[in-house]
Ligand binder design. Structure first.
Ligand code: SAM
Length: 347
């Protein structure tokens, strides 16, 4: 097997890798056997980012959603969720607090809530003008007109996970979404000039390992500035309740391969990784992740932004996250840097 791994790693380096090779690596069953890949992905990350970890603070500003994605705890069919939308003042206060803590990039995330577009435009303008922070939007699908308004307001980045590129699986999980349209959104956003981020969930019910390999090839083709992946975790009030959790090893294998395919992209150690395993984010930073995304949503709203069961950082004291992320980076032998963290492979 060691020789096969070597030869597949060579194919990745030379850009000749095919789906079979990636599927072969993802299928490796033990950490011991996968270790040469982790070592290579850690090396590649160090080569491009040293020991630096960028921080993006998230404000989950609205949980209204027009979509019914079967895995998501805030999908429109979940009547148990108390719906909320932050006011402009609340968003700006959270962003200002973040900046005081040394975090220079804000991620405004929400369910797919077009009713908040005006609020987003105003918030972006204010955050750019008054606080001089980099702004990422993670608000779902819109059309070109709205993307242009977001861009004009000053938004720098747009995060839209493709979730899975497997057409059959995508259809099963998204009763009112279209894979071709979501894919087109990503290309449109890139064309408009956003730093684009995408990603998937790993370990979705019905997701074959070959399908993850297909996702990896999609990332290589799109060449996004950021790829955020996380393990699928079930939520009790969704159609996928009771399904098996993903596993952290599968998530880490996928992350390591993304680092090898996209050496310069920003790869976060995600909250879902930390939920799945208390040391999930540390492990991710050790093998190729270079970003961490602490939660700056005002405490009273967090309970209602549970995308999956047992999500971490719900009841922590507000503002604890910045100190916590420094500890996570240190445990991985890295350090937090005060930077907007613009993409190295920005088009
Ligand atoms: N509505 C926006 C969109 O569609 O891009 C952004 C918000 S959405 C709630 C953020 C991400 O949460 C999704 O892209 C999805 O990958 C992740 N997510 C939702 N439910 C999840 C679950 N049960 N387990 C793991 N991740 C989940």
């Amino acid at each position: 097997m060691a020789e096969t791994i070597k030869s597949i790693l060579r194919d990745i380096r030379t850009g000749t890798i095919a789906k079979e090779g990636l599927t072969c690596l993802i299928s490796i069953k033990t950490r011991e056997e996968f270790q040469p890949v982790f070592e290579e992905s850690a090396r590649v990350c160090r080569r491009h980012f040293g020991d630096r970890v960028y921080v993006r603070g998230i404000i989950e500003f609205s949980n209204y959603c027009r979509k019914g994605c079967f895995y998501c705890g805030i999908n429109k069919a979940n009547k148990k969720v108390g719906r909320y939308r932050l006011s402009l003042e609340e968003i700006l206060a959270a962003a200002a607090f973040m900046k005081k803590q040394g975090v220079l990039t804000v991620v405004l995330q929400s369910g797919e809530d077009p009713g908040s577009d005006g609020l987003v435009v105003e918030a972006v303008k204010k955050i750019k003008n008054d606080l001089d922070m980099a702004v990422t939007l993670s608000v779902g699908e819109r059309d070109g007109k709205i993307y242009r308004e977001f861009l004009k307001a000053g938004a720098d980045r747009y995060l839209l996970r493709i979730e899975t590129t497997d057409p059959g699986l995508f259809k099963k999980l998204h009763p009112d979404d279209d894979l071709a349209y979501r894919t087109q959104c990503l290309y449109d956003l890139k064309e408009l000039g956003f730093e684009v981020g995408t990603g998937i969930m790993v370990g979705l019910p019905g997701q074959a390992l070959g399908s993850i390999a297909g996702d990896l090839l999609f990332f290589r083709k799109l060449n996004p500035a950021m790829v955020g992946i996380g393990p699928f975790l079930p939520h009790q009030d969704t159609p996928l309740r009771g399904r098996k959790n993903s596993d952290i090893f599968l998530t880490l294998k996928t992350l390591a391969l993304i680092r090898l395919l996209l050496p310069q992209s920003n790869l976060p150690a995600t909250t879902a990784m930390g939920t799945m395993d208390p040391t999930g984010r540390q492990q991710a930073l050790k093998i190729g992740a270079n970003v961490i995304m602490p939660n700056f949503t005002p405490s009273q709203y967090r309970e209602n932004y549970k995308l999956y069961d047992d999500k971490i950082c719900i009841s922590e004291e507000y503002g604890r996250c910045a100190a916590c992320t420094a500890g996570i980076a240190a445990a991985a032998g890295k350090r937090i840097v005060k930077s907007k963290g613009y993409a190295k492979n920005r088009a």
